[in-house]
Design a protein around this ligand. Structure first.
Ligand SMILES: Cc1cc2nc3c(=O)[nH]c(=O)nc-3n(C[C@H](O)[C@H](O)[C@H](O)COP(=O)(O)OP(=O)(O)OC[C@H]3O[C@@H](n4cnc5c(N)ncnc54)[C@H](O)[C@@H]3O)c2cc1C
Length: 458
């Protein structure tokens, strides 16, 4: 027997949870389907626990800078407050009852299980108690997110490696850690662990860490991490991984070199959870890496998709932005619809990396007549005053014909906060001429943005 509902939301990450709550509040009969934890990767295994680690690690690092600036301190790292905070404050010991109750309080219904499309307007959910079938009149919203991608490296699958889902549950730190992958997640966790005294090696197969960022940003972060004792190895070939209960992990690199560690974290990208979703039953490609969506987040007739699976930026704020739009679309309201020109992001290394819009390379690839400006943060007044921990660079990318910024990068202390200024400029297409007439408070870090803007040939 099928039950009739208005909307099914399959996968309740940040975006799906928001869609389900908003549509239920609007009076629709909404079923939220989640196979693991309501709220998804961000609160339980991603943004929030990792940023709690980083907050603690940064406090340690800042304490270690005291001798350069004003006295002496004795720093004794202790992971237990971090582990406790993640368990008690962030994840409720990986229990989502509060989030389930919130959905129900908003008027939604909830089923725990694996949701799947079963043809136009049909959804089935495999639960512990059997199969539930639904006829969905208004539409299905997909927010099934991603899982850690594990590269097919010889031997790796047979080892007790960690992914982000394990590393956030660690209560005792290992002596040493190899991080496979120098992307944002790998670099953030590598630095946090290193600041607690773990000997860390980052192995990145690409030519540089933080590949999606400007090369100048990668260089500054690599230098800062190297300075504090992290082995940053880019351009390596990882041939084999072995594990032995006594000696731990051995990673064999090209050229006969071996790197050893007590623990190994795989942070080598994410794969979208699209393969077991019944996409073929509604005419969508189940082997696609991402779902194509239009400006209203429609992936097909009566099917919407939000979050990481749309390939528009795997960030919580993108998922939430899209959720708002999908809600309006499902309710038949007007736009504004999705616009991705000024998607910003932050990588919470120290120095932090904020970026928005296009990199120089992306802008050139898009056929834009590009002009760029950059400024090294230690040369700025604030950087010089700040002294210890002042690594950073500002880079802006402009369309010389239109006289507007199309992208920018702010690396430095509070780099993720600084990007807000450039994000506003890119989003609102503020003329560079106008940005040059602004007041930039002295002596702030963001004042260096003015120096970079003054270098543009616009
Ligand atoms: C370590 C780490 C750090 C991160 N840090 C940041 C950060 O600082 N800032 C930021 O913006 N982003 C960060 N992210 C990314 C962020 O977590 C995601 O972009 C965010 O969670 C949005 O994802 P989503 O909405 O697509 O869904 P997800 O959060 O991936 O949730 C999808 C949900 O769908 C469920 N599901 C999957 N298939 C089914 C099915 N068939 N039936 C039922 N349920 C299903 C899953 O169990 C999951 O709960 C980080 C990610 C990681 C891993």
């Amino acid at each position: 027997m099928s039950e009739s509902i208005d909307v099914a939301v399959i996968g309740l990450g940040p975006g799906g949870e928001h869609v389900a709550a908003q549509l239920a509040q609007a009076g629709l009969t909404v079923l939220g389907v989640e196979k693991h934890l309501v709220g998804g990767e961000c609160p339980y295994y991603g943004c929030i626990p990792s940023k709690m680690m980083i907050r603690a690690a940064n406090a340690l690092a800042e304490s270690r800078r005291v001798p350069d600036l004003g006295g002496s301190v004795e720093v004794t790292p202790d992971w237990s407050p971090v582990a406790k905070r993640i368990s008690d404050e962030a994840t409720d010991a990986w229990n989502d009852q509060v989030a389930v109750d919130r959905l129900i309080d908003n008027g939604g219904r909830f089923t725990r299980g694996h949701g799947r499309l079963a043809g136009p307007g049909k959804v089935v959910v495999e639960t512990d108690d059997g199969t539930e079938e639904y006829d969905v009149s208004r539409g299905v919203v997909l927010n099934v997110g991603t899982s850690p991608a594990v590269p097919p490296i010889d031997g790796l699958a047979e080892t007790p490696y960690w992914t982000n889902r394990d590393v956030v549950q660690v209560t005792d730190l290992p002596d040493s850690l190899i991080v496979l992958g120098g992307g944002a997640i790998g670099c953030e966790i590598a630095q946090a662990f290193a600041r607690f005294g773990v000997r860390v090696t980052i192995l990145e197969v690409a030519e540089r860490i933080l590949g999606p960022e400007e090369p100048e940003a990668s260089a500054v972060v690599a230098e800062a991490m190297t300075d504090e004792g992290i082995a940053v190895r880019a351009g390596v070939e990882v041939e084999r991984v072995e594990h032995d209960a006594g000696s731990g992990f051995t990673v064999s690199l090209g050229g006969g070199e071996q790197v050893t560690s007590a623990a190994l974290l795989v942070a080598a990208g994410r794969r979208t959870n699209l393969s077991d979703l019944g996409l073929d039953t509604v005419g969508l490609d189940p082997s696609a890496r991402f779902l194509d969506t239009d400006e209203q987040l429609r992936a097909g007739d009566g099917v919407w998709a939000v979050g990481d699976i749309t390939g528009k930026g795997q960030f919580t704020h993108v998922s939430m932005y899209q959720a708002e739009i999908a809600v309006r679309s499902v309710l038949g309201k007007d736009g504004p619809w999705a616009d991705y020109r000024a998607v910003s992001r932050a990588t919470f290394t120290d120095p932090e990396v904020g970026s928005v819009g296009l990199t120089e390379a992306q802008a050139r690839e898009a056929g834009i007549r590009v002009t760029t400006g950059s400024y090294q943060l230690p040369s700025s007044s604030r950087g010089w005053i700040h002294k210890s921990g002042n690594h950073g660079v500002i880079k802006v990318v402009a369309d010389a014909d239109r006289g507007v910024l199309v992208g920018g990068t702010t690396v430095g202390p509070s780099g993720g906060e600084m990007i807000g200024l450039i994000a506003t400029a890119v989003h609102a297409a503020v003329p560079v001429a106008t940005l040059r007439t602004m007041h930039y408070a002295y002596p702030t870090f963001h004042r260096a943005i003015e120096n970079a803007i003054n270098e543009l040939e616009v």
